[in-house]
Write a protein that binds this ligand. Structure first.
Ligand SMILES: N[C@@H](CCC(=O)N[C@@H](CS)C(=O)NCC(=O)O)C(=O)O
Length: 198
């Protein structure tokens, strides 16, 4: 299987870490989503990464569908079995991915628009969501024992992206969240190498 990804992409980091954790072999193919390569557009009409390309079978996107596929391939090792715990893990992933969505909206607003067209109230609205989400996480961190699940990888991907693009803007006043990567790294030693990077 091939994974179209980019080193900075937080959703790519989430699925790459999950695949590594599960021991599922995936060949990473660096892909610039803004270049709109035929391989990307043929495998995902949305032109977004990550995309998992399988031999003679349809490609899989988005990152949540890839996570659920990895869960099935691994025989159910990526999400808890008990329904209540599973829902908790899925909602944690949704929250972390949702915060990441807001961060990307901010990054794209600044990157894609000419300076005089950047709409600060829109950025502020997204940042308010980020602040509420991070404050919630500060007091509702998941138990991080031996068994990692999709929610942990989404949280790790989010923090990696915050460090990459919003360094110095999120950790202050959130000591639990800021130190969570140390706990996570003890359970997943490849974190430093696999989180979002420039
Ligand atoms: N909901 C999607 C979001 C994927 C996404 O937005 N990926 C970004 C890179 S991190 C992308 O490909 N952006 C290019 C674009 O939107 O055209 C997922 O979870 O996979």
């Amino acid at each position: 299987m091939k994974l179209l990804y980019s080193p900075a992409s937080p959703y790519s980091a989430k699925v790459r870490m999950a695949a590594r954790h599960l021991g599922i072999e995936v060949t990473d193919v660096k892909t610039d989503s803004s270049a709109g390569s035929p391989e990307l557009l043929d495998s995902n009409p949305l032109g977004k990464i990550p995309v998992l390309i399988r031999k003679d079978e349809p490609s899989i996107y988005d990152s949540v569908a890839i996570m659920h596929y990895l869960d099935r391939v691994s025989g159910g090792k990526l999400y808890p079995k008990k329904p209540v715990k599973r829902t908790e893990a899925e909602v944690l992933e949704a929250l972390c991915d949702g915060i990441t969505d807001c961060l990307l909206v901010i990054v794209y607003e600044r990157r894609m628009r000419p300076e005089d067209k950047i709409h600060q109230p829109w950025i502020d609205r997204q940042w308010d969501k980020v602040v509420r989400g991070l404050d919630y996480l500060e007091t509702h961190l998941p138990k991080t024992g031996k068994k990692l699940h999709g929610g942990h990888f989404a949280l790790a991907a989010l923090i990696g992206y915050l460090d990459l693009r919003f360094n110095g803007q999120w950790a202050e006043g959130r000591p639990e969240l800021a130190s969570w990567p140390d706990i996570f790294s003890k359970r997943f030693s490849d974190y430093a190498a696999m989180k979002s990077a420039a």
